[in-house]
Design a protein around this ligand. Sequence first.
Ligand code: B12
Length: 279
Amino acid sequence: MSPPHISLKEVALLLDVHYMTAYRYMREGHLPAAKVGREWMVRKADLAAFQKGRLVAKTPKGGGRKQAPWAPRMTALLIKGEERSVLALMESVLRSGNDLQFLYFDVVTPAMVEIGRLWQTGQLDVFVEHRASGIVDRTAARIGARFSTSGVRKGTLLIGAPQGEMHVLSNGLLADLLQQAGWKVDNLGADVPIQSMVAAAEQIPDLVGICLSISMTQNFPALNQTIAEIKQSSASHLPIFVGGAAVKDKASAAQLHACHIVKNLPELLALLHQQARRR
Ligand code: B12
């Protein structure tokens, strides 16, 4: 019977790539390998899975967008807590011709949702979820900073999560994408006290809108009160956009006060564009 492992050199030959390319696949976390003595060894089963992934990647579907199984790889690296490999994978996604929005919403978001599912079904301890969140926060901050454009801004958007809401990864990702699209973003982060959100809405100059993110329906009362108080303040004219995991269905969305319920970034961009034309 042939051994279940082969060396990285043999992998390079089989894949018809330079040894350093095979080494990079390993370093970036696409191809699991273990050092045995002085040699890197790869399980044949892992190589087969990797080759399958590459095959998928080479077969563009849906308008030519590459379909490499990025999200499962991201999930695996986040679960292992491999911060450097997560960063390297993010770089690979972008180098393969995908944009920042694809990286954030089609790779990072499903990976985090899967981690949440594994936690909810008792397959992961919550520390893994905390560690993965920290990794996404830090790596996305490094990647996102490169996409921030300078020049004339379309106006400022205030972003935040209402009192009690700790889920704010989406805020950071949205902020990067909105900045890339030409807005200045003031991101207040998690658990913003109602009065602070109102003060920010009243005091930040050149404000054109407020984006609030909500993941837990139990924070609806705080969100509703925040919206109500903004509507009674000198910032009452500002449009309020609400998005997040808690407003995915119509019944939840119906519990919210006057605001625009937004599903995703393209919808938000379209609404902002409409608002700008009305001004
Ligand atoms: C990471 C995470 C955490 C982290 C948050 C860290 C951080 N810095 O944000 C930590 C560990 C702190 C945490 C804590 C808790 N969490 Co938690 N968490 C998650 C998890 C796994 C991922 C959330 C995430 O970041 N997703 C990635 C982002 C990018 O996706 P997103 O938020 O959905 O945003 C997308 C869209 O919704 C949209 N969007 C979001 N906001 C906005 C805003 C606008 C304006 C627009 C246009 C679009 C938009 O854009 C994004 C891209 O598509 C989810 C699982 C899940 N299914 O969502 C659970 C989840 C949200 N958590 C849950 C729970 C229960 C908790 C805890 C109570 C228990 C716990 N896990 O310890 C606490 C409560 C904390 C609190 N008081 O808020 C539940 C919520 C259930 C519910 N609906 O009530 C979930 C769904 C897990 C589950 N399956 O049960 N959590």
